[in-house]
Design a protein around this ligand. Structure first.
Ligand code: GDG
Length: 726
């Protein structure tokens, strides 16, 4: 039976010590609920840190045994690891960086070292547990290297990764000294998920700029030709849980107080973990200004400020707590009366029944983070108003949730006046408008809850895996390779048509750098020495370079896609083509180069090529469009074609293609073995020109007319070497 291995920093159960004994707190977080409701046909194993240090020995074994019954696999961290991996790299480097607080970032080599070690610890445990058909789902910023580490040890594993916090813009991300390692870690997954399209866009842009890997509809192809699918999955909540709330037969004293209080006063509710990303001091300040401006609401409106303790060992959080304490004191001291405390402030967490009572009894939820991956509190408030259809959500446009909850009063958390106005609008909002806004949001939250979020992710992960599998179905297997070599051996008249760039050698920034190496020369020499073997290199390269590299070695050469053929020790024009158009087109391309630093023109006899491998992708796309539009009349008049290749646009005579040359070679004599290898779309013409029983091999996993695929140039070269040494 297929299993899902969920991997997160914390387990859904937290371990603690009380009066010398061990106790467990179950975690009621959204993730735990969502994943527990996943497809029943999947067995689940949850791997993570139990939140408390235990010495190796009896206690650990006991806990492991206890947890195993619930499908939990604890990873124990030492106090040093917690300090450097969790508090250090995760919370003092990545958290501020990804939430746009550069002033709080600590770049520390020792943090990074331990972050790698702990990620490896998680990866090793996954590798111990994983079986064929298992799915691994890794969560969040503490474990960004894990997908890459598992991929290295288990290349065929099915791995998903979801980031719960924002992914920052490239301009911020690039400041991280270990930025490429982090990206490559995440890219070890088959599917990478984010809360919003904005985060996905930032991630893809960093991937492109830092690794050079481009995306196509969210799919990134890696060196190994594996595809990584990147997509958006806004996390939902357990809607029914909040809509229904806690059982009301025996409400606690606290719940009763909250309910009564809500009847007497208009509650503005604020709930967050203690964090500088949540904008708590700014919110208190806005509430103070609101009171200053609106004395008519004194005694009527109360801010209930719940701050849940978090990361209390970290310096920034201690300072923040102090700032909040003082801000609350100032407002209560200034506006409070004997029977009204303007801000009721709680620095602790509440049981679900109290939380639900607060959601149901408040009139306004004021959720104004300066940056937040999603923010589930906003969604929980909206769901909790399912029955009453009253209440108003004030939400920061910097929270991921704002993309879905656009009927909320959206504010900029750095604009105090904006927040004050929103409070005024909310308090005066007519009941019909409250109901309309809430119903629209509720409909969406009900439809896309936590269960759908989790199952959508898993379904797409499986689909991505199937897609990868399909792309690999044509991969040249050992058996096919054996058949190929056997029929090669048996044959006496063999034709080999080989593309050069991207097939026999890898691409380089400068075309002139992609030179043949000695091993390639040796193998080609051996091939042509085998009786009855004809080797033809069919390339888009200019004739000078191709002639310099391969001329006079007994290899047949075709350059510029078929314009020139190498015959009797020199180049002969094979196609009726002209180059009188070049003087008109060249100045247009030169102007383009002047405006696009990093791009350059390659001039061949009957081709002009504009290369843009080194320039920004978006700028490249814009320029390609300009070339197409700008040349439309000129190319029609001169019977030219504009062809987009791999980071190059070529302008050349229409009607010339590799397929024509290939066909000419195919029909030259009665071959009893034919092989064509190529990597890009110009080689598809060659494949099409070959008879059905010829061996046609595509380098790379893209769609092809070829019968077989190999992953990269290494495989193509391996095949050539094998034939050469038969
Ligand atoms: C990260 C991202 C993203 C809060 N106080 C109490 C309590 N809670 C519960 C809430 C809610 C959860 O904690 C908080 O979730 P958030 O989404 O607001 O924030 P983070 O913890 O920062 O989570 C965030 C999230 O991951 C999911 O991907 O949305 O952007 O930062 O469920 O109800 N629960 C109880 N008592 C409390 O006092 N019982």
């Amino acid at each position: 039976m297929a299993r899902i291995i969920i991997v997160s920093n914390r387990l859904p159960i937290t371990l603690d010590r009380k009066d010398g004994g061990l106790i467990y707190h179950p975690s009621a977080g959204g993730l735990a609920t969502g994943l527990s409701s996943l497809d029943e046909s999947l067995d689940k194993i949850w791997l993570g840190w139990p939140g408390h240090y235990l010495d190796p020995g009896y206690e650990r074994e006991y806990v492991e045994h206890q947890f195993e019954k619930d499908g939990l696999s604890p990873i124990f961290l030492s106090p040093h690891e917690v300090r450097f991996f969790y508090e250090g790299f995760s919370n003092n480097t990545i958290w501020p960086l990804f939430h746009y607080f550069p002033e709080f970032i600590e770049y520390n080599e020792s943090y990074w070292k331990v972050y790698q070690e702990v990620n490896q610890k998680f990866a090793d445990r996954i590798c111990e547990l994983i079986q064929e058909d298992d799915i691994v789902w890794v969560h969040d910023y503490q474990l960004m290297l894990v997908p890459g580490m598992v991929r290295k040890a288990k290349p065929q594993a099915t791995i998903g990764f979801f980031l719960h916090i924002p992914f920052p813009s490239y301009e911020i991300f690039r400041t991280l000294p270990w930025r490429e390692e982090i990206l490559r870690g995440i890219l070890g997954a088959d599917l990478v998920g984010f809360h919003t399209f904005g985060y996905m866009r930032h991630f893809l842009s960093s991937v492109y700029r830092l690794t050079g890997k481009d995306q196509n509809f969210g799919k990134v192809t890696m060196d190994s030709n594996r595809t990584v699918n990147v997509d958006v999955f806004p996390m939902g909540i357990n809607y029914e849980k909040y809509a229904i709330g806690a059982p009301s037969d025996e409400p606690s004293a606290e719940v009763q107080f909250i309910q009564d209080y809500g009847k007497r006063r208009k509650i503005v509710l604020s709930i967050d973990r203690l964090d500088y990303s949540k904008g708590i001091p700014q919110r208190i300040e806005a509430f103070g200004k609101f009171l200053e401006k609106n004395s008519k609401y004194h005694g009527e409106v109360t801010l209930i400020l719940v701050v849940v303790p978090s990361r209390s060992n970290v310096g920034q959080y201690i300072k923040l707590k102090d700032r909040i304490d003082k801000a609350v004191g100032r407002i209560n001291g200034r506006f409070g009366t004997f029977n009204w405390i303007p801000v009721r402030y709680y620095y602790r967490s509440f049981p679900f029944e109290s939380l639900s009572a607060m959601y149901k009894s408040s009139f306004i939820a004021m959720i104004t983070p300066v940056r937040d991956g999603m923010n589930l509190v906003a969604k929980e408030f909206v769901a909790s108003r399912d029955d009453s259809k009253t209440g108003v959500l004030i939400l920061s446009e910097m929270a991921g949730a704002a993309e879905e909850l656009f009927e909320a009063l959206l504010i900029n958390p750095n604009n105090t006046n904006d927040m004050v106005e929103a409070l005024e609008t909310a308090i005066e909002m007519p009941p019909e408008e409250q109901a309309k806004r809430l119903s629209d949001m509720q409909l969406r939250l009900k439809e896309y809850g936590i269960k759908k979020w989790a199952s959508n992710f898993i379904d797409l992960l499986m689909e991505t895996k199937t897609f990868q599998h399909d792309r690999r179905t044509k991969l040249l297997s050992e058996e096919s390779l054996d058949l190929l070599t056997q029929s090669y051996k048996k044959a006496s008249k063999r034709l080999l048509l080989l593309d050069y760039d991207g097939t026999l050698v890898n691409f380089q920034n400068e075309p002139s750098e992609a030179k043949p190496d000695q091993a390639l020369y040796d193998d080609l020499d051996k091939l042509i020495k085998q009786k009855g073997t004809k080797v033809v290199i069919i390339s888009g390269r200019d004739k000078h370079t191709l002639g310099e590299w391969f001329g006079g070695r007994g290899i047949e050469l075709v350059s510029e896609h078929g314009v020139w053929w190498w015959k009797n020790g020199g180049w002969k024009l094979n196609e009726r083509v002209s180059d009188d158009w070049k003087s008109e087109i060249r100045p247009i391309l030169e102007n383009l180069v002047a405006r696009t630093p990093g791009s350059f023109i390659e001039e061949k006899d009957f081709t002009l090529a504009w290369h843009y491998r080194r320039i920004d992708k978006e700028l490249g796309a814009k320029r390609v469009r300009e070339i197409r539009d700008g040349l439309i009349y000129l190319t029609a008049n001169h019977n030219l074609q504009v062809l987009e290749g791999n980071k190059v646009v070529e302008i050349r005579n229409a009607g010339v293609n590799k397929g024509k040359s290939a066909a000419a070679w195919v029909h030259k004599r009665e071959w009893d073995f034919m092989l064509a290898i190529g990597d890009d779309h110009t080689d598809e013409d060659t494949f099409k020109a070959m008879p059905a029983d010829a061996y046609t091999i595509k380098v790379g996993l893209a769609r092809t007319h070829a019968r077989f695929k190999v992953l990269g140039t290494e495989d193509a070269r391996g095949l050539i070497a094998k034939l050469a040494n038969l």
